[in-house]
Design a protein around this ligand. Structure first.
Ligand SMILES: *Cc1c(COP(=O)(O)O)cnc(C)c1O
Length: 407
């Protein structure tokens, strides 16, 4: 009989969001009159910026006419979008990234899940803890790990993010080849300074490793000292792939558009020890297994880079950051240490005891839902993630209720 990919059996069931849903449903059933506010959401809540909506409408009309109709687009995405990305996201910040180093896709989730395919099966992988689960699970599926033992897969080098290191992991003490980094971070909201990123780039150079830099939350950076891109660090072109998305930048979680940068100077070794550029490998992978993002969606993404679009997306991020500030200030008043929320839409609260117990307390006493940190990894224990993706009314009401409970 045909056999399954055995590595899928190793995957730890992700109980996190299912568990949250179940506990909330049980509470609501037992207390039908209580209103519940969800501050656990990892999805945006506000509608698309008007420039994007206008671009979608205009592109839909183009698709309706023979003269302007579009079929399959270029493999790496339309030049109008890649040119805008290269100019505004990179060259304007002093990063030498060219449009043909950019690959437009339908999500940073698929890109960060798929990119591991271009590396050898015995690649030594370093992954932060706590973490966005995609990095870990896709390496398990690819067979790069052993079994899960007490919440950690054998063969993965975990990079601990703890109160002691300010939630920015130290360089690994054992050699690794592929390093996943995400700043501003999900779930912690932590950002990395220029010096911290430079230390990772230096490590990658010395160990001939590759960094996968997920900057999906770049748009929330307000501190002028914090780099928006890994390519702001000298030499990063030779060691890093960067993943970005319009999901959080412009509310595209349901519209789907993102991109990955693979510099042409980035190489890895083949079996004979010769340096091979990674750009052609990713090109081959994408052109074989992916057929691009729809024309109207690429037009909507390009609209973000107009003057109006930039104002509208900035206002959108400012709105969520306003929520984040309210949450952060309130938690501090309640005596709960936290990080994040200043350059990120997430606040990581150090609740000091079991994160599920704190979740239950907020749910049953305040009717507020947060995300238990333990669901993101062992180092997440003792923490909860509170999301700023919500309406202002919901945030204000939730904080009032939490204040009453924690007083
Ligand atoms: C939301 C998010 C993304 C974006 O994923 P898309 O597939 O582009 O929606 C990427 N990385 C992290 C860490 C995220 O939280």
């Amino acid at each position: 009989m045909i056999r399954i990919n055995e590595h899928y059996i190793k995957l730890k069931a992700s109980y996190l969001f299912a568990d949250i849903t179940r506990r909330v449903a049980e509470f609501q059933k037992a207390n039908p009159a209580r209103s519940i506010i969800r501050l656990g959401i990892g999805d945006v809540t506000e509608p698309l910026p008007p420039v994007c909506v206008a671009a979608l409408h205009a592109a839909a009309d183009e698709m309706a006419r023979r003269e302007t109709f579009k079929g399959y687009g270029p493999d790496q995405g339309y030049a109008f979008l890649r040119d805008a990305i290269a100019r505004h996201d990179y060259q304007a910040r002093g990063c030498a990234i060219e449009p043909d180093e950019i690959f437009v896709s339908d999500g940073a989730k698929c890109d960060c899940g798929n990119i591991q395919e271009i590396f050898a099966a015995d690649t030594r992988v370093a992954i932060p803890d706590p973490v966005y689960p995609v990095y870990l699970d896709t390496n398990v599926m690819a067979g790069r790990t052993g079994y899960d033992r007490d919440g950690r897969y054998e063969g993965i080098v975990y990079l601990d993010s703890t109160p002691a290191n300010g939630y920015v992991p130290a360089l690994p003490s054992q050699p690794v080849d592929l390093i996943y980094l995400c700043f501003p971070n999900n779930p912690t909201g932590a950002v990395a300074t220029r010096a911290q990123l430079a230390a990772w780039v230096d490590y990658a150079k010395r160990h001939r490793a590759v960094i996968l830099f997920d900057s999906a939350y770049e748009t929330f950076i307000r501190d002028p000292q914090i780099p928006h891109s890994i390519y702001e660090i000298a030499g990063a072109r030779d060691v890093a792939i960067e993943l970005r998305s319009f999901s959080k930048t412009a509310g595209f979680t349901g519209t789907r558009c993102a991109y990955t940068v693979v510099p042409k100077t980035l190489v890895a070794s083949d079996a004979a020890g010769h340096a091979q550029p990674l750009h052609p490998l990713w090109y081959r992978r994408q052109s074989t297994k992916f057929n691009g993002v729809s024309y109207p969606v690429q037009r909507a993404a390009a609209a973000i880079y107009t003057d109006e679009g930039r104002q509208q997306t900035r206002a959108l991020a400012d709105f969520y950051l306003g929520n984040a500030r309210l949450i952060r200030d309130a938690l501090r008043r309640f005596g709960i240490p936290c990080i994040g929320g200043e350059n990120a839409p997430y606040i990581w609260a150090n609740v000091g005891h079991d994160s599920w117990a704190f979740f239950d307390l907020l749910l049953t006493k305040a009717g507020v839902v947060c995300t238990p940190g333990a669901g993101f990894g062992r180092c997440g224990q003792g923490h909860v993630r509170i999301s700023a993706f919500n309406s202002r009314e919901n945030v204000t009401a939730a904080l009032e209720r939490i204040g009453t409970v924690l007083k």
